[in-house]
Each structure stands twice: as structure tokens, then as C-alpha cells.
Ligand binder design. Sequence first.
Ligand code: ZN
Length: 134
Amino acid sequence: MSGHELYEKTRKIKREIKSVLLDQSIMAGIGNIYADEILFASRLDPRTPANHLDEHDCDEIVAQTKRILQGATRAGGTTIRSYTSSLGVSGRFQLELKAHKQEGKECPICKGTIEKIKVNQRSTYLCPHCQKRK
Ligand SMILES: [Zn+2]
């Protein structure tokens, strides 16, 4: 999927972008851990309505998704989970977590504090300073 395709797909979706990333019909293969890491890397608040994202945001989400899933594949080691994604990446991997399950820890970018919230019943971790809500 390209950023442009994600942009087109989300024009009428008012749900939070986190929920959209977890929706198997839209971005297959992204689990809860990756969704948090992708949105952290994209500097987007997980509660942002999907239709508020601009095309640049969508490009960033797709680029970060590929980067994180591919980096995770290369990392090897302890398997957290197997996946097959709609982006043509599949494998087993270990991920260096910057946001997920890091509540109370220091944000590696701004040195603020990572917080835990709920988005559509799912535990969600974010840096409220770095990740902008649109
Ligand atoms: Zn931060």
C-alpha cells in the first residue's frame, strides 16, 4: 500500500487512526504493538480521526510501517509474534519498543513521559508531547 492509497481509503473514516491500523480489512498484519510504535514514529496521536490525516501523514505512516516491520525482521532473536502484512513483509521478529508498554518511562525524543490510554478498548501508549492530535 502507498501513502496515497491509505489517504484515499481513510477519507470517510472518522474512527481513530489507531483503530484503523488494527482493522484487518484496511492494514492487514499490524498488531497492537506495531500500531503504537508506528504512530509514535510518525508523531501522530493515536486518537486522531483517520479522515483528519493529510496525505503527508499517510505517507509517513506507510513509510514507518515498512521501516518498523522490516527492521523487526532483521533484528531476529526472540520472537514476539509472527505476521504477514499487506505491505508484502512477513516473518518473525523482535522489536525495540519505544512507546508500547513504556508508560512512565522517558520519551527517547523529548524526554517527556510516555502515557498509557485506551483507544477503542485497546491499551495504547503514546508521548502526548511528540504525537500531535489533528
Ligand atoms: Zn516525546
